[in-house]
Design a protein around this ligand. Sequence first.
Ligand SMILES: [Zn+2]
Length: 403
Amino acid sequence: MCPVVSACRFAVRLASLLVPRKLRDDWAGQWTAEIRHGYALLTDRGESPAEIRSKLLRFAMGAFSDAADLRLSGFDLRPVVGHPAFCLAVPLIVMALLLASTHAFQNCRQAIAGLPGRQPEQLVLLSRSATVMGLEAVPSSADLLAFQKQWTGASLAGFLIDGPVLRVTPGFYDVLGAVPRLPFRFLGHTIEAVKLLDLQPARMGILARLRASDRPRQTEAALTRMTNGRAVSLRFVKGRMRAPLVFAAVVCALALGIGLIVSRVRSRGILFYLVKTALAEGAIVSAWAELAAGLPISSSGAGSVTTAFLLPGLLLAAAALMLWWALLDQQGRCPVCYRFLALPVRIGSHSSIILDRPGVEVLCLRGHGSLLIPAAGGDAAEPPAWTAFHESWKDCFAQGGTK
Ligand SMILES: [Zn+2]
């Protein structure tokens, strides 16, 4: 056989791997016959071997797009999407991707650990209210000097974050309780160099270490009294770092709780519903927590509009949307095999809502039963009614139930 025809047949064989198995041999046979016919025709016309080769090879390449078309037209996503494992697998895949792309939730882990150093739970950020409208003011070098003078025996230091450089007053490492290896994370910033801060700059953050005997509220009041009566705020660094995680956990628990109350899930479906909702909410909440835990914290520890309203609002909206999906998804599933119900049929009549209620009936394709969803406009409080089929009905449904 001519080498060019052999090469074309090989290309067709390769392309035929894309074709569904049932059609593969017929499809390849038709393409091979076309190629043979084309070769004979071009040879009869007296075309040069180079032209024949180029034309036939170009024609054979078309087999790949034809095979891809066939594969896609025969590809039905519904059984895959409708399978109960699908909605469990998607959030698991999202979480695996998050795990891989965030160095195993690095920001969350750092938030849990707190600042590097000994007893990070004793570290606080100090700030004071401004004289105008009680706004928060970033403390100044004068405040640091005043605190150091008045608060005897306390361990505190000033700092200024300047891009990747952390400028600190002497004694900063004593307050921190360690000399961390560079680079390290400090209040959501990656610090690549530490330099000495002279007391010239007007503004700076103040980090202090509470002693075991210090009570936060009493210390605040004492500091306020010591320094001209302007209110002093004291915020725990570790608490501030963990705040997004606590909020995320509360939202996740709240979504599960509300979902359980709102849903009228039958006892058979409750485990599937809980696992599905927990995974879906968990994926959203963990992505949000990792993002929020990585955001910079202000030198005073006070929240901004973004961290106080925008980000929490975003999570609440996303969690509510996910809950709505979980309830809707549950309603459209068979309570026995948890696959999507299909083949909707309109029944009843709007003119006789007493005897013949209007609605849509959907079937489990495996023959487990049917669900009657009352039409809008009827009795809104009426829940969808499930009717289980007798065992003998299953013979009427195709095995696998997808066709
Ligand atoms: Zn079923």
